[in-house]
Ligand binder design. Structure first.
Ligand code: AMP
Ligand code: ZN
Ligand code: FE
Ligand code: FE
Length: 287
């Protein structure tokens, strides 16, 4: 069984439509794929409708969170198999997603002040129906020749957390996110906790507090973690009785990772599905 529990489609900042994503997942030899677009579930229906035989879809989302306190920074919470209609979680998810629009517009304004002629119209066009974010702004910058690639826009010169054109967005308290997802029958896994190149990494004590608050697992095998980091995370997970996952964080052509580049142990996948009560994995027709 090959299981990839973290992917993005055009419903957020990936470049595959949800239908293309599930077809590509089957072609990549995956048995299970989770669709975890940022702050939204808008891609689920299309992914389910297009699901090839033999591939199972795990519905999910990656919730943008901010650790509480004056030094709080962004963390990403993967949420799986929650009830997408549960109203409290849906409302909070929509607040985060909706705030991305004025925030992206503010980043465009900052770029204009820095002499970069990106337009909101073009960024909105690139984002389409997706939850608009920095990768869309970065794509517009690549088109203008300001930076050679999307990842080159994630520097202090431009869009990184300490970047000149960076603007914060509304984010959930991760403790609230855990509670909300659980109340909606879902399971939570902290995404890429030690991804240092994103600026900060979560402290071990913060992970312990999240674990006490009901966090189910942490993402260990991820492109942003090197081998020693993964070993440290595995040790921490063992100490805190957390599940460990591995996933690609696939974004289509907007990032270099490929579907199935990292995968999750079938036993852990089984445990995630046993804990979830908000939704069931969806088997592809005949699968
Ligand atoms: P946002 O949610 O708008 O703040 O944008 C965050 C997204 O940008 C993440 O989900 C990643 O997909 C992407 N991202 C973050 N850092 C990088 C990077 N160094 N290179 C490319 N994409 C990045
Ligand atoms: Zn993303
Ligand atoms: Fe993330
Ligand atoms: Fe992601």
């Amino acid at each position: 069984m090959r299981i990839d529990l973290h992917t993005h489609s055009t419903a957020s900042d990936g470049t595959d439509t949800p239908a293309e994503l599930v077809r590509n997942a089957a072609a990549a030899g995956l048995d299970v794929v989770a669709l975890t677009d940022h702050d939204g579930v808008g891609g689920h229906a299309e992914a389910i409708a297009a699901l090839p035989a033999g591939l199972t879809l795990v519905t999910g989302a990656e919730l943008s969170c901010r650790l509480p306190g004056p030094d709080g920074f962004s963390v990403h919470m993967l949420a799986y198999l929650f009830d997408p209609l549960e109203p409290e979680l849906a409302r909070e998810r929509d607040l985060v997603r909706d705030d991305r629009v004025p925030r992206a517009r503010a980043m465009v304004t900052k770029l204009n002040e820095l002499g970069v002629p990106v337009t909101w119209e073009r960024v909105a066009q690139i984002a389409g129906e997706g939850a608009v974010g920095r990768p869309h702004v970065a794509t517009a910058m690549v088109e203008l020749g300001v930076v050679p690639s999307v990842s080159d826009a994630f520097t202090s010169e431009w869009l990184a957390g300490d970047g000149r054109a960076f603007v914060e967005k509304h984010e959930l308290d991760p403790f609230d996110a855990i509670r909300l997802v659980k109340a909606a029958g879902g399971v939570t896994v902290l995404a890429h906790p030690f991804a240092l190149k994103r600026g900060h990494c979560v402290s071990e004590s913060a992970i312990a507090e999240l674990a006490s608050a009901g966090l189910d697992g942490i993402e260990v095998d991820h492109m942003d973690h090197d081998a020693p980091t993964r070993a440290r995370l595995r040790g921490l997970a063992a100490d805190l009785s957390l599940l460990t996952t591995g996933s690609s964080d696939y974004h289509g052509s907007r990032k270099t990772c490929s579907l199935g580049e990292f995968t999750t142990d079938p036993e852990i996948y089984g445990e995630i599905t046993r804990r979830a009560t908000g939704a069931f994995p969806v088997p592809g027709a005949g699968g």
